[in-house]
Write a protein of this length. Sequence first.
Length: 289
Amino acid sequence: MKVHLIVPAVLVGLGIGSAAAADLAARSYTKAPAMAVVYDWTGFYIGGNAGYSWGRAKSDGTLTGTQNVSVFRTAGPTLVSSVNSVLAAAPLIGRANVNGFVGGGQAGYNWQSGRFVYGLEADIQGSDEHGSGDICTAAGCPAGTALVTANHKLEWFGTVRGRVGILPMDRLLLYVTGGLAYGEVSSNIAVPAVAWSATKAGWTVGAGGEYAIDNHWSVKLEYLYMDLGNVGSSSGAGTTVTNVLNTPQIAFNTVTTTALSGSGGTSFTDHILRVGVNYKFGGPVVARY
């Protein structure tokens, strides 16, 4: 005789009603709740990324100079008069777009606590960002105010950041991030020949999203704003001589000698948009009832 027929019969024999026996028999077949398998973000990971950056180089400084105007009688020649003056200081203003592709690698560690994820990440990036712009004596570089053209390049950069995120679903992480940024920016002016370069530390903030496509691999989209502050300073000087005959009248020669010197610095900021892929080590899933 089968077990499921024996149990109700025995219960009836013990004086238990048929309804109660049927209820107890039904309960003996109740299944355990289904097991839910969810993704666990905790663990080390490494990966790579590529993207595009929109950088801005901002140059500011001061132009100073002196001027000498001498008048000669052409016969001789004989110096008739000489006047020296100090030119009023003028601002030096320059702006340049420093755009280009970036790419590199990252590594980090995540801790998951319920629906929240906390992490640390470091990355190092190569950069093709470069650009040039005029340095002028007036904002906006109106006609006649441009003095020289400066060229700028972001050679490389890196970040060390914290991450805090939330999980709207087990495999989707939305996060904000921020921390240390550092990089090297180089600049130069062809005429007069002036160049400067510096590796500076600054800060970065941003946000992103990451999706786990299987137990180890995930893809992400991330935006960062980076500020490296003042990345370099420079100074340069030049002299021009203008010789005009027959001034102020015939048989006279006016020679104007102008000596200018300028000094200033360049600050750098960047907008970075990149996609990436990560590989996470160990313990891909956890079971929940």
